[in-house]
Design a protein around this ligand. Structure first.
Ligand code: SAM
Length: 330
């Protein structure tokens, strides 16, 4: 099972590459104007080239196929997921940057390269990527053996750590060695909690929030099953999104998302971050369709429209209504 879960990083990477190569990412509005970072495309292409050389033929074929069949709905999804997380991150950092050092911990980082722009823009930041050992080893080799990444990645403020997220005590012990518990800390789980068992995920959330008491932010992005409470308070039985997703993942990949059908809607997903009675926590959550309609400017929507012809707007709505972006601040 571990290996199957690790391979989900290749899905995330190929989706990111598709969105980059079609021009969805970077967004001028965010990555270039707000973040002032212009090398976004180059760092992604560079990493992609190196990882492809390190993969077996089968994985290369899988990635190439998904790049070639990069549907607009998928690219919108990748764009929204990336942009929404980056936006929350930048809002928080710009409000806390005067406090001195900020630390970011990306739990289940996979091949995500967000640390490069962030570390180069914010000199008062340290960044820790955590994933299973094979993923961390590969990422470490690709970044460490590259002259290009040697120049763009401030290595003194970046760490790659191997750990199994389902062992919350090991995660805490590891982090205690390399972080400062008194500094503002941001945790990111982007499509990572969904692969953990319910109890393991809850222990991870509770123990990290109660260890990093001073100030913190947790950003989490995940699918939700739907089919729970409908808008009128009754079960929305017609919504079979989660059930179909679960059976597809089981049949085609033998992959499980243990909490997909437990945290089916925004309220139940948010409840996981409110389990500690003595922590004052402000939890906000939106689905990504709401994010698209409310947070993306008309100009940006127009730009996206020009990239690929999207006639499956209803499909986009259904899909993005089943992904959530949560930010919990304490
Ligand atoms: N967060 C990255 C992104 O969005 O691009 C990668 C997402 S990928 C779908 C899920 C990642 O979570 C994989 O890299 C996987 O290895 C990692 N992961 C899932 N369960 C884990 C666990 N128990 N311990 C460590 N890493 C885990």
């Amino acid at each position: 099972m571990e290996r199957i879960v690790q391979q989900t990083d290749l899905d995330a990477l190929s989706c990111k590459m598709a969105a980059v190569s079609k021009g969805y990412l970077p967004s001028k509005e965010l990555q270039e104007n707000v973040c002032g970072f212009s090398d976004y495309k180059t760092i992604h292409l560079e990493y992609f080239k190196s990882i492809m050389k390190n993969l077996g033929r089968r994985a290369q074929g899988q990635i190439n196929r998904s790049l070639q069949s990069s549907f607009p709905v998928m690219n919108y999804g990748t764009y929204l997921r990336t942009i929404s997380i980056d936006m929350v991150l930048h809002d928080y950092i710009s409000n806390h940057n005067d406090d001195g050092f900020i630390q970011i911990v990306n739990l289940g980082c996979g091949s995500d390269l967000r640390m490069i722009p962030l570390l180069s823009i914010y000199p008062n930041m340290s960044y820790i990527d955590i994933d299973y050992e094979p993923t961390i080893k590969l990422k470490g080799n690709l970044l460490g053996n590259s002259e290009f990444f040697g120049k763009v990645l401030p290595a003194d403020r970046y760490r790659l750590l191997s750990c199994d997220l389902s062992k919350h005590d090991e995660v805490i012990n590891l982090l205690k060695e390399v972080t400062d518990l008194t500094k503002p800390t941001i945790f990111i789980t982007e499509c990572a909690l969904c692969y953990l068992k319910d109890d393991d995920a809850q222990l991870l959330i509770n123990s990290l929030i109660s260890t990093y008491r001073k100030a913190g932010l947790w950003i989490s992005y995940d699918p939700i099953g739907g089919g729970g409470e409908g808008p009128d308070g009754k079960d929305d039985k017609n919504d079979r999104f989660g059930k179909i997703m679960q059976s597809n993942l089981r049949e085609t990949r033998s992959l499980e998302m243990p909490t997909l059908l437990k945290y089916r809607n925004k309220d139940s997903y948010s409840s996981r971050f409110k389990q500690l009675p003595d922590v004052n926590i402000d939890v906000r959550i939106q689905n990504l369709w709401e994010y698209f309609t409310k947070n993306i400017s008309d100009e940006e929507k127009q730009r996206l429209k020009g990239l690929q012809f999207l006639d499956e707007i209803e499909e986009l709505q259904v899909m993005q209504s089943h992904y959530v972006l949560l930010s919990a601040q304490w």
